[in-house]
Ligand binder design. Structure first.
Ligand code: ADP
Ligand code: MG
Length: 248
């Protein structure tokens, strides 16, 4: 067990929206080049949910994910993350928000000059609250959980794609973020590694009570979701609440 109070967390925050999006629009470019990328998005995500977001390339999935992660500024509409309004938020507030979010991308983005253990430990070192206690032990524990207990001193170049992505998961989850955002985390992996990676994410998320939003094209992993949302041409076509059967 990675966290001892996850049950308590689930009970006290169970039905709360951790992400609440209302009438959100987003545009790229200026003047005559201005192009709308997101149209009137409405979406509520509750604590502990695993949401898969799918839809064709260019439909706005990454744009929406990066907005939710505070990686770009919301322009129009309302975007509340963990109870805070993000539209109009200052840089400092966005930085604070990002501390509560774990990110996993298609390319694992590991530091090639750091070992597996150092890559994961760095994530803890960025969180003041984690500097108490044995950060080495926490690092090794999560690496054991993702099945890499015997690779802690390896450099990323000596790992397989699936192993690198498992390091990225350990790095994202070691600080027990409230939200994990994953953008096509299995895209570069074979079927078995892709499956392993999402199952590890699912297991850790359930243990920690964290919310996962996972963008994917990978039909083979849809079953891990509590809910599947579908984007097309910058619009949320289904929020998955009672229309999953129609989309699939
Ligand atoms: P998806 O992740 O679903 O493939 P994206 O969110 O990456 O879609 O892109 C949605 C739309 O916004 C596309 O038309 C894309 O070309 C456009 N877009 C994305 N990022 C930028 C950017 N930085 N500048 C201009 N247009 C962008
Ligand atoms: Mg994308």
């Amino acid at each position: 067990m990675l966290i001892t109070n996850s049950t308590e967390l689930n009970q006290s925050e169970n039905s709360q929206s951790v992400i609440s999006i209302n009438n959100l629009n987003h545009y790229f470019g200026e003047g005559s080049l201005r192009k709308q990328a997101l149209f009137n998005i409405n979406l509520q995500i509750n604590q502990g949910e695993i949401i898969i977001m799918t839809g064709p390339s260019g439909s706005g999935k990454t744009t929406l994910l990066t907005l939710m992660g505070g990686l770009r500024s919301a322009q129009e509409g309302s975007l509340e993350i963990l109870g805070k309004q993000i539209r109009g938020a200052k840089k400092k507030q966005l930085t604070e928000l990002r501390r509560n979010i774990g990110y996993i991308f298609q390319a694992h983005n590991l530091m090639t000059f750091l070992t597996v253990k150092e890559n994961v430990r760095m994530s803890l070192e960025l969180h003041k609250k984690h500097l108490v206690g044995d950060i080495n032990a926490k690092t090794v524990e999560i690496l054991e959980t993702v099945g890499l207990g015997n690779r802690v001193d390896y450099y990323p170049e000596n790992l397989s794609g699936g192993q690198k992505q498992r390091v990225a998961i350990a790095r994202a989850l070691v600080s027990h973020p409230k939200i994990v955002l994953a953008d096509e985390p299995t895209a570069a992996l074979d079927k078995k590694s892709g499956r392993d990676v999402v199952e590890i994410m699912q297991k850790l998320a359930k243990e920690q009570g964290c919310t996962i939003l996972l963008v994917t094209h990978d039909n083979r992993i849809l079953d891990i979701a509590d809910r599947i949302v579908y984007m097309e041409d910058g619009k949320l076509i289904s929020d998955g609440i009672d229309t999953v059967a129609k989309v699939y």
